[in-house]
Design a protein around this ligand. Structure first.
Ligand code: NAD
Ligand code: WQD
Length: 337
């Protein structure tokens, strides 16, 4: 029996593969490598010393998916595959709806045809929208999304809730991630964006000398230092949350939603300073215009995951920065090195 990981060569997927293998699960991975490469999976093998099969496959290719289900005994799916760049989703909404929503529907159809009705889905804190107040709690009504990427997450959450209502043999976990950062402590796997849209990869690229300084998007928010506050979570903690979610959903039916965050927010300037402190590298920054669609605060109430799954984030911001830097320093060009 295996866990199928869609998008397993990506940033969070590859770290989750490591934690699943180290917890004794067998895995099968699929990815179309639109934003990743098979080298990440070879490194997962190197870290764990364990072997597994991986397939080049697009989640919109039902025949390809069916072949994977026929060749393996898939007990449950962890569904990471998707496009995730907020800005790009505003330029290419159809591509995002097709890939993320169309792809998820095709995956769910093939799962059902093959009698596999257990899924853990990568959702996002973005579904809380602008109306809710921090800390975000799973019971809050989901908000109004501000971009097509966020809308795909919200719709997929709704689709997964609806399929359970129609057929309560489904077992569904919706994991709402906050801001994943850092890398595996081996320095072998990490985040390798072609362009750094998010704060931590940008800071790392300034540290390595690829960019001059960090542009801080606004210091006029109603926060202690005026810059945006987020709940940064170490990707290894996040990956461990998936193992707990799989342990849980293999034993329980229904739909459950969990926030995966630390429960604490830190500001842009605090993160820049923490990175300098952890690495000894000065990170120049300048204040620029706020980025459209950003909110002042986003952080989790992380109590439910602790109560129900027995999971909580353990790695602090110092470790997040030190591990992000080790990965960047050892792999200045990502997996191309
Ligand atoms: P990533 O881009 O590194 O990983 C996504 C993987 O999916 C990539 O390997 C990509 O090649 C693959 N993929 C994309 N479309 C595919 C398709 N049609 N068929 C097969 N494979 C496909 O991103 P990540 O940061 O690891 O994110 C994983 C998931 O978590 C995504 O669904 C993302 O939306 C979600 N998420 C990420 C964050 C974050 O900040 N990183 C936050 C919340 C939610
Ligand atoms: C963090 C803070 C920026 C870059 C995004 C998605 C969200 C989720 C996680 C997938 C904010 C500031 C950033 C920079 C800056 N992804 N910033 N200079 O926006 O909280 O969340 O990633 O689901 O859906 O929206 O993350 O890292 O982009 O920004 O000042 O160069 O850093 O304004 O306050 P965000 P981020």
């Amino acid at each position: 029996m295996s866990i199928l990981i869609t998008g397993g060569a990506g940033y969070i997927g590859s770290h989750t593969c490591v934690e699943l293998l180290e917890s004794g699960y067998d895995i099968v991975v699929l990815d179309n490598y639109v934003n990743s490469c098979p080298e990440a999976l070879e490194r997962v093998k190197k870290i764990t010393g364990k072997d597994f099969k991986y397939y080049e496959c697009d989640i919109r290719d039902k025949e390809g998916l069916d072949k994977i289900f026929k060749e393996n005994t898939v007990e449950a799916v962890i569904h990471f595959a998707g496009l995730k760049a907020v800005g790009e989703s505003c330029q290419k909404p159809l591509e995002y709806y097709d890939n993320n929503i169309g792809g998820t529907i095709s995956l769910l159809e093939v799962m059902r045809e093959n009698g596999c009705k257990t899924i853990v889905f990568s959702s996002s804190a973005t579904v809380y929208g602008e109306e809710n107040k921090v800390p975000f709690v799973e019971t809050m009504k989901t908000g109004t999304t501000t971009n097509p990427y966020g809308t795909t997450k919200l719709y997929i959450e709704n689709i997964l809730q609806d399929i359970y209502k129609a057929d309560n043999e489904w077992r569904v976990v919706l994991l709402r991630y906050f801001n994943p950062v850092g890398a595996h402590e081996s320095g072998l796997i990490g985040e390798a964006p072609s362009f750094p849209n998010n704060l931590m990869p940008y800071i790392s690229q300034v540290a390595i000398g690829k960019r001059e300084c960090v542009n801080v998007f606004g210091d006029c928010y109603d926060t202690p230092d005026g810059t945006g506050v987020r709940d940064y979570i170490h990707v290894v903690d996040l990956a461990k949350g998936h193992v707990k979610a799989i342990d849980y959903i293999l034993k329980n039916k229904g739909v459950e939603i969990f926030n995966l965050g630390t429960g604490h927010g830190i500001s842009v300037i605090e993160l820049i300073k923490a990175f300098s402190k952890a690495t000894g590298i000065d990170i120049p920054y300048k204040i620029t215009e706020p980025r459209s669609g950003d909110v002042a605060y986003s952080y989790a109430n992380a109590e439910k995951a602790y109560k129900v799954l027995g999971w909580k984030a353990e790695r602090d911001v110092n470790q997040m920065c030190a591990d992000a830097w080790r990965w960047q320093k050892n792999n200045p060009n990502g997996y191309k090195d």
